[in-house]
Ligand binder design. Structure first.
Ligand code: ADP
Ligand code: MG
Length: 722
């Protein structure tokens, strides 16, 4: 339904008033209660005690909490804050906040602003409506939030409201994790312990701490709000349930890295300014492959911070878009027929001396250490490809994985030719002694020269080594990165632990022991290595021969989260108890069902209330036109080509009516299935294909029916007018 005003609205130029003309470095982190601010505002001893607490050397006691809380409140009030909120990440992909004002009565009708250490440390949201996967029954519905001092508090402005947000974990009354951050923090401990153990086994005693680093590249679509609100499906489900791809999609490859439109660039600038105030180091922005698709990538940070920051990035993209008459779509696949949006999760390990442990290094010794960490990661993926796949499973991502735009559901590791060759040489015993010369002869010392350009040319791989980090490319754009990061940290911790033990047991000197151990391991884990085209059909067959899992849908993949193997892994490293793990499975399978249910019923209503009425109108227009024409022209001209159109419209209407009725019935059947796993399978295997068929018929109608009658904006309008 083309509406000139809408197009013109989209052409509005946005006079942008920057909130500051200062260089970014001058206001970076201004709205966070960061270490710099704390140093200025806390007594020296308190500051030092705080630092040892976040370095996990001691706990924060109530006296220290009182001092920090007071300083935080003073600072927040100066920034205009009236409220504070524990800010946490429940088991959805969103963040949660409940605001309380600083106001406190002190008697005689007088009030002051107060914020105590107790309030800082612990909050008790009335959180019985958050998904708990059965951990909390209603009689013990209380969940409470606990301050995470390793991520700085920050100020969020929304319209006139200004709130102090305190990053927190979210626990049940019995101390079970009800959120995504708690297991992430536990996995950060696990990887620290295991990595230090591996370093010590190799004779490296210098680092005192090892932490995971994350750099999530976030893709998103940006569309005009006017179109968004006319699409029932977009508003209800975040994706289009019907719609023909535009005649010009991405085949001309003219959007990727193209020059950025003024309205979009203004939007990006505004987003970045908000991010900088929050101390989020946004670095890269560009047009992505699909029309109206974009990417924002930060500098990498310590995992916990990066996860909080990515959650904020998603929030701010949405918020700033709204303010600019736009909508940011973070769904993994908003439009069929053109690329979906992913989130490349770049992951590495760093020690407290600033060394990236996945950097090949310069000396042979560095190289051995590098190889141990590299092989540990490859081994982790080999052993737990199923869990990694399950970590990113969702109804949205099911539309992407394996659709030849995103990696397939088969998890494999890309190392590039040169590294693969080095591994093969080690495996074949070409390196028997870890002498400096032997390794140099085999080219290991040349690895640093291997620029990222050489190693990172395979865009089809779900898990690629890109020079000095791994890039997990199968994550969906809407997903909170905490869980995939938790899984990565945990599985690599297990492998580092295992390799360290074997190296220590070997008896030879550390370097030689490491080579022996790596040789054995490479033999076992090499089926996971694949440098070829992950989109090809041959790979699917080859992967099956190699025994690699290929779980194409969420209901097929999710149960891999709760196998005995998975339970053993997560409990051994104290990341998730069996109850917590099963709760996560429960929450995610339930969400899958709910999302599909909303999609099914939304499609049903769109068809009944919008598409069929439009089709009937058009049908009647053609019918009366043919009727009138026949009356005037009698038999003087053959009207069968016109009748063909009428026939096709009529037949499509018939089929759509029949299938839509079936959709409603099947949806009712689904609701009656008690077991969530079975219900999810029913949605996946019965309802989803039916929705696809319905879509095909509706899309065919869209190409026939008068555009003026079509009841919703078409893809070409949505994607090309902004
Ligand atoms: P690409 O060409 O794959 O897009 P870039 O070099 O632009 O790769 O980096 C992409 C992302 O990788 C950035 O967000 C960056 O911060 C992140 N990254 C770089 N190094 C690391 C690291 N050591 N750990 C985690 N993330 C990293
Ligand atoms: Mg990338």
């Amino acid at each position: 339904m083309p509406k000139q005003e809408v197009y013109i609205a989209a052409e509005r130029t946005f006079a942008y008033e920057s909130t500051s003309n200062k260089p970014v470095s001058k206001f970076f982190g201004e709205n966070t209660f960061n270490l710099k601010t704390m140093r200025q505002r806390l007594p020296k001893e308190a500051y030092e005690a705080y630092i040892s607490a976040i370095e996990r050397k001691r706990k924060i006691d109530i006296d220290l909490a009182n001092i920090v809380a007071n300083a935080m409140k003073e600072w927040a009030i100066e920034k205009g804050a009236t409220h504070y909120s524990h800010w946490f990440q429940p088991m959805t992909s969103l963040t949660a906040e409940k605001h309380d004002s600083f106001l406190e009565a002190i008697g005689n009708g007088e009030y002051i602003e107060r914020f105590s250490g107790k309030q800082l440390v612990q909050g008790e949201p009335d959180a019985s409506s958050f998904p708990s996967g059965g951990i909390r029954s209603t009689f013990e519905a209380r969940g409470y939030t606990v301050w995470d001092p390793s991520s700085p508090a920050f100020i969020i402005k929304g319209g006139k409201g200004i709130t102090l947000c305190i990053p927190s974990i979210f626990l049940s009354y019995n101390g079970e994790a009800l959120d995504l951050k708690t297991p992430l923090l536990r996995s950060i401990n696990a990887i620290n312990d295991a990595a230090l153990k591996a370093l010590r086994a190799l004779g490296n005693n210098r680092p005192k701490r090892v932490y995971a680093t994350l750099g999530p590249e976030q893709e998103y679509f940006l569309i005009d709000k006017e179109f968004y609100y006319r699409r029932f499906d977009l508003v209800m489900t975040g994706r289009t349930l019907v719609g023909m791809p535009p005649t010009r999609g991405q085949q001309l490859e003219d959007h990727y890295f193209g020059s950025i439109k003024e309205r979009i660039l203004s939007f990006m600038h505004e987003v970045e300014e908000e991010l900088y105030l929050l101390g989020i180091p946004a670095k890269t922005r560009h047009n992505e492959v699909a029309p109206s698709q974009f990417e924002i990538a930060p500098l990498f940070e310590e995992a916990n911070l990066a996860a909080d920051h990515n959650a904020l990035v998603m929030e701010i993209l949405r918020k700033v878009a709204t303010r600019n008459g736009l909508v940011a779509l973070l769904h993994d696949k908003p439009f069929a027929g053109i690329n979906g949006s992913g989130k490349h999760l770049n992951w590495s390990l760093s020690d407290d001396l600033g060394n990236n442990l996945l950097n090949p290094g310069k000396t042979p010794h560095d190289n051995i250490q590098f190889l141990v960490f590299l092989i540990a990661t490859v081994r982790a993926v080999y052993l737990h490809a199923d869990i990694l796949r399950a970590a990113i499973a969702s109804s949205a991502n099911d539309h992407r994985l394996g659709a030849n735009e995103a990696p397939p559901a088969i998890i494999s590791v890309f190392l590039g030719d040169q590294l693969t060759k080095i591994l093969t040489n080690i495996e074949n015993g070409a390196v028997t002694e870890a002498t400096n010369t032997a390794i140099i002869d085999l080219g290991i010392s040349r690895i640093p020269i291997l620029s990222r350009d050489n190693t990172d040319r395979n865009r089809t791989s779900p898990f690629a080594f890109t020079g000095n980090k791994f890039e997990f490319r199968a994550v969906g754009s809407h997903q909170n990165i905490s869980f995939p990061a938790t899984v990565l940290n945990t599985i690599v911790a297990e492998s580092l632990d295992y390799l360290a033990e074997k190296i220590m047991q070997n008896g030879r000197n550390a370097k030689q022991a490491a080579m022996d151990v790596l040789r054995e391991e490479i033999k076992i884990i090499k089926p996971i290595l694949f440098n070829g085209d992950n989109y090809s059909h041959q790979w699917e067959e080859e992967a099956a021969k190699r025994g690699l899992p290929n779980k194409k849908t969420t209901p097929a993949s999710l149960p891999d989260m709760i196998t005995d193997k998975a339970i053993k892994l997560f409990t051994k490293y104290n990341v998730l108890s069996e109850i917590e793990l099963k709760a996560r499975y429960q929450v995610r399978i339930e969400r899958y069902c709910k999302k599909l249910d909303i999609e099914a019923i939304t499609l049903y209503e769109m068809i009944s209330n919008q598409i069929l009425p439009a089709a009937f109108k058009y049908q009647s227009t053609i019918a009366s036109s043919i009727d009138d024409t026949e009356e005037i022209l009698k038999d003087s001209i053959d009207l069968s080509p016109q009748k063909e159109i009428l026939k096709e419209v009529t037949s499509l209407i018939n089929q759509i009516i029949i299938l839509n009725k079936k959709l409603f019935e099947m949806r009712t059947n689904a609701l009656a299935i008690h077991d969530e796993t079975k219900r999810a399978e029913y949605y996946c295997n019965e309802i989803r294909p039916l929705m696809e068929t319905l879509r095909t018929h509706c899309d065919r109608l869209e190409t026939i029916v008068d555009t003026d009658l079509w009841p919703m904006p078409k893809f070409w309008e949505i994607l090309f007018i902004n």
